[in-house]
Design a protein around this ligand. Structure first.
Ligand SMILES: *[C@@H]1O[C@H](CO)[C@@H](O)[C@H](O)[C@H]1NC(C)=O
Ligand SMILES: *[C@@H]1O[C@H](CO)[C@@H](O)[C@H](O)[C@H]1NC(C)=O
Ligand SMILES: *[C@@H]1O[C@H](CO)[C@@H](O)[C@H](O)[C@H]1NC(C)=O
Ligand SMILES: *[C@@H]1O[C@H](CO)[C@@H](O)[C@H](O)[C@H]1NC(C)=O
Length: 514
């Protein structure tokens, strides 16, 4: 049956030391934040207070939000870089694409929630965690405000800068805060292959690679759930489809039941699910059915952070709460084979696509361009003897339409091979969209503009093209899969997206008790 090899072999016993260090780090950073003044936690004024449906014993509130913004806001957020912003000549991205950006909705003094004076009570564990997050939030907000006036933060391997980022400085601050603070608890219940495992060499490999890296992680993973900011539900929808779905039945209820049972188990054994009704929990799936499977439990669908390749805003994907997971089709462990390509002058083909005629977008692309124009090479099947990757390497632009679902592995393939991605979709939220400015290294074409693709791409000057391609090479690091993971790579970008969503909520108990 499942013949795919495990993602990573032979690095098993690395988590011992950091488990000892974690409590020290947390206690010391939080104790510096204990500044008692102002109102008690229960009476926190909050315009964003959202009591969760079903009523848990903790409240979640939105404090800041990753809010949808329209195009013209970009220049505000990237002060100093406006001259370098690339604006595609014709294709305007549809506002419905749900571009999310870190935006600070209201200034809070309540980032630090002190205890009432005179009470000799200690902070609860939850309060201590929230105090730490409050400090991180304040630091990121400050970085955001000072983005135009700063010296780069010190970093031993990489300093994000330039127009790839919506706000490079705030991103770097946020990344460093994540490294300093963020802890993830991985529930240990469940057996492989449905849990703690996932495909590592297929179109769904993002699922298996993340689950495996998270399991192996020695820095962010904590074995003490009281120290965790988020809780990972390590199930694999792709493995469930493989092992418990009856082929051709189109009945995914066995998958939903497995997920619902799993959540019952962890909600019964631990206090954490009921405490937040899932708001500080996350699931991850690259399978097309990930979103639908999450409907198994209303609070998983409605409250939890869902990390999904199929990030379709028309099917309940909420960019302020959910994370768009890049789809990466890994066929080999030698990533170098998937990387690199020649410069623009060695790319004779203007645009290229080859792929099956399915989903809502591709029929339109094939109808408009299949076998019509040698500059825009659109194939349903590649001619015999023609290599897919080599043709991408010979093309300036690689067309990446949605398929059965919104995401396309072509986007990351194009980034790897030095081909500028042209995304064609509706209702898709691009990965890491809150940090990366996709317009700096890709072209977005709306579905209605498919007939104008050639005109749009010809309208991009050679200088602009070289800029797009160069930035594409720079952004590669954020999409590269390493085993074990390295800083700023795809594993850490996914984790950072989760970190931002966790910062987006605050939990507190109505009564001070623990
Ligand atoms: C937030 O702070 C800025 C500057 O400090 C101020 O201009 C703005 O009015 C404040 N917004 C709110 C909602 O208090
Ligand atoms: C920029 O930074 C300098 C030095 O920290 C400070 O004196 C100045 O007020 C800052 N300017 C702005 C606009 O924030
Ligand atoms: C969480 O809530 C469920 C359903 O209300 C309940 O069955 C379970 O015992 C609760 N878990 C804990 C740890 O109290
Ligand atoms: C996104 O969701 C909508 C609503 O269900 C659906 O019509 C559309 O086909 C989906 N997009 C893709 C590419 O699957």
């Amino acid at each position: 049956m499942d013949s795919s090899p495990p993602c990573f072999r032979g690095y098993g016993t690395r988590f011992v030391l950091p488990c000892v260090l974690v409590p020290l780090v947390l206690v010391s950073c939080c104790s510096s934040l204990l500044i008692p003044t102002a109102p008690p936690p229960g009476s926190l004024p909050s315009p964003f207070s959202l009591p969760l449906h079903g009523g848990g014993d903790a409240h979640r509130e939105r404090i800041w939000s990753l809010r949808e913004v329209s195009e013209h806001r970009f220049s505000l957020d990237r002060s100093g870089h406006t001259s370098d912003v690339y604006v595609p000549p014709v294709a305007a991205p549809s506002p419905a694409q749900g571009s999310a950006i870190l935006l600070f909705e209201h200034n809070t003094t309540e980032d630090l929630i002190p205890l009432p004076r005179g009470r000799r009570k200690r902070y609860t564990k939850l309060q201590r965690l929230e105090l730490g997050l409050g400090g991180a939030r304040a630091a990121i907000k400050k970085a955001f405000r000072n983005a135009g006036n700063r010296t780069a933060l010190p970093d031993k391997d990489y300093v994000p800068q330039g127009p790839l980022y919506r706000n490079a400085y705030a991103f770097h601050r946020s990344y460093l805060e994540m490294e300093r603070l963020f802890k993830v608890y991985v529930y240990e219940e469940g057996e492989p292959p449905l849990f703690h495992d996932g495909p590592c060499r297929s179109i769904y490999s993002s699922e298996g690679r993340f689950i495996n890296s998270m399991e192996m992680d020695s820095w962010y993973r904590t074995r003490n759930p009281d120290l965790a900011h988020v809780f990972f539900l390590p199930f694999s929808v792709a493995k469930m489809v493989k092992f418990i779905y009856k082929p051709e039945s189109f009945d995914i209820s066995p998958i939903k039941k497995t997920i619902a049972d799993y959540i019952d188990v962890v909600a019964e054994r631990y206090p954490y699910w009921n405490r937040s009704l899932g708001a500080d929990h996350f699931m991850l799936s690259c399978h097309d059915w990930g979103p639908h499977s999450s409907k198994a439990v209303p609070n998983l669908y409605g409250n939890s952070i869902r990390v999904l390749c199929n990030a379709n805003t028309s099917e309940g994907f909420d960019p302020s709460k959910d994370v768009s997971l890049p789809e990466i089709n890994i066929k080999t462990d030698v990533m170098a084979d998937m990387m690199g390509g020649p410069s623009a002058s060695h790319r004779p083909i203007l645009a290229f696509f080859a792929g099956g005629d399915h989903g809502p977008v591709r029929p339109l692309l094939l109808e408009a361009w299949k076998d019509k124009d040698p500059d825009v090479q659109v194939h349903e099947y590649l001619p015999k003897g023609v290599s897919y990757y080599d043709t991408m390497r010979k093309s300036k632009y690689c067309l990446c339409p949605s398929g059965y679902e919104v995401a396309s592995p072509r986007i990351v393939e194009a980034i790897y091979l030095g081909c500028v991605p042209v995304t064609i979709n509706d209702h898709y939220v691009l990965p890491f969209n809150d940090v990366l400015d996709w317009k700096a290294f890709s072209v977005q074409v709306s579905v209605e503009d498919i007939p104008n693709i050639k005109k749009i791409l010809m309208g991009i000057s050679p200088t602009q093209y070289i800029r797009l391609q160069r930035r594409g090479a720079m952004v590669q690091r954020h999409f590269v899969v390493n085993s074990p993971p390295r800083r700023f790579d795809v594993f850490h970008m996914i984790l950072h997206s989760i970190w931002l969503r966790r910062l987006n909520i605050r939990m507190h108990r109505p009564q001070v008790s623990d």
